[in-house]
Design a protein around this ligand. Structure first.
Ligand code: GLU
Length: 452
């Protein structure tokens, strides 16, 4: 069974970039009839906040990205302890004593010599006595995972194709701090095994993490760590999507802060965000598709390109309008002004860029409206309209036909004064749909008023 996950750190609100990753993982799971897991990466107790966890859940719910199960890293510390013990027993973890400053100096020296700043494994060379001396000085060790330089790292990336890394070109990652807390690298691999994740899809900023994690997975499997029945027994597949950039093609600060709150405030529908993010950066056209099943069935990692995906807020606005024009009454009913029924929604919907604008358009029906000053000619014409108004199946069609006949007017001189008298506006919803909603008595009153 396909199992994917979205693993946000609750250190802030979701932004378009992580919404996109969440969506793609959700679609992979839905398409395969599998499971989508929400994993809260909250090992960093200082920066993680419960209100962000709530906000992440609320945002996903608003977007309609339902998850089958939630896991929290802070509730799984015993598993990390067990994995740590297993890897340590296998000789794949070693204590390190360098201070942050020492490491920084090493880094600068390497860079100064034109070398990649790879950790030199100085702590690995310490003897038992050296380590005892450090600890006697009160230096608590932090811990690194020992990469196997002899083990080639390679995977078939679902988006990037064959990826190869030389472990010797990577630093042994710090997996645990001196205070015992966990860094991202190992817990993520432990979770992916325990939860039985089959496919990892994330941003390309994680490509080198994947190289390291592949060795962590392999070492954990070799240490017999995947004990539970439901646990993964093989590596998941990996895919890394190109990052999202702003219209100008740069990683923009704005994108990093653009999230569901801002979208909601601006009247953007979740379906517009979904339709855009589902296909941005793929070879498939971005279209106002409100049917998620269609997006899901056409979703395929093979369509993804390696160029950064450009997020354009104007595209989102355009998609939003096109999506609003498709929304059925039942989906928006609770957000419409009181009294606005299905016929009202259908009449007004084509004029909206955002559902919230329905309110002001609806006042054309409910009134009061403000009519312009009419010329005496138009007044006479509108008086005639009031006299000819007959209420039937299609009052607008009947009225305009009768007026055409009686006055010889056609086109704009025929339609515009009528629209202005009946709605107070020069443009707006289809009058054929609107007039029955205004109703006979009110229509008569408005025409009479205009003719005065
Ligand atoms: N918490 C990590 C992040 O937000 C998860 C990365 C992953 O998908 O493994 O970057």
């Amino acid at each position: 069974m396909t199992t994917t996950r979205f693993a946000p750190s609750p250190t802030g609100r979701l932004h378009v970039g992580n919404i996109r990753t969440a969506l793609h993982n959700w679609m992979l799971a839905k398409k395969a009839g599998g499971q989508f897991i929400l994993r809260i990466d909250d090992t960093d107790a200082e920066r993680s906040r419960e209100d962000y966890v709530d906000a992440i859940r609320a945002d996903l719910a608003w977007l309609g990205l339902d998850w089958d199960r939630e896991e929290r890293q802070s509730a799984r510390l015993d598993r990390y302890e067990a994995a740590f013990a297993a890897l340590r027993a296998a000789g794949r973890i070693y204590p390190c004593y360098e201070s942050a400053q020492e490491l920084e100096v090493k880094r600068k020296i390497a860079l100064g010599r034109g070398l990649p700043p790879i950790y030199d494994r100085a702590s690995l060379k310490l003897t038992e006595a050296d380590r005892a001396a450090k600890e006697a000085e009160g230096i608590a060790p932090h811990w690194r995972f020992l990469l196997d330089h002899a083990e080639p790292i390679q995977w078939e990336d679902g988006i990037r194709g064959t990826q190869k890394f030389d472990a010797a070109q990577l630093s042994d990652p710090v997996i645990r701090r001196a205070d015992g807390t966990w860094l991202y690298m190992m817990p993520s691999a432990v979770d992916d095994i325990d939860i039985g994740i089959t496919q990892v899809l994330r941003g390309e900023d994680h490509v080198s993490n994947t190289a390291v994690q592949i060795q962590i997975f392999t070492a954990l499997f070799a240490a017999g760590f995947a004990a539970a029945e439901s646990a993964a027994k093989t590596l998941p597949t990996f895919a890394h999507e190109a990052l999202l950039v702003g219209r100008e093609g740069k990683l923009s600060k704005r994108l990093g802060s653009l999230g569901c709150d801002a979208f909601r405030e601006r009247g953007i529908e979740p379906e517009a965000i979904i339709a855009l993010l589902a296909r941005l950066g793929t070879s498939q056209p971005v279209e106002p598709i409100a049917d998620r099943n269609l997006l899901i069935s056409s979703f395929d990692l093979a369509h993804f390109g390696r160029a950064p995906a450009k997020f354009d807020e104007e595209d989102l606005e355009r998609l939003n309008a096109a999506i609003v024009h498709q929304l059925p009454f039942a989906a928006v009913q609770h957000r419409l002004p009181g009294g606005m029924d299905e016929a009202g929604w259908h009449a007004i919907r084509p004029n909206l860029a955002h559902v919230g604008e329905a309110e002001s358009w609806w006042t054309l029906v409910t009134g009061p409206i403000v009519q312009p000053d009419f010329s005496s000619e138009d007044k006479a014409f509108l008086a005639e309209a009031a006299a000819l108004l007959a209420w039937g199946d299609n009052p607008w069609g009947a009225l305009t036909n009768a007026l055409k006949e009686a006055t010889g007017r056609k086109g704009k001189p025929l339609f515009l004064p009528l629209r202005q008298a009946l709605t107070g506006m020069d443009h707006g919803p289809d009058m054929g749909e609107l007039l029955p909603l205004i109703g006979e008595a009110e229509a008569r009153a408005r025409l009479a008023q205009a003719a005065r």
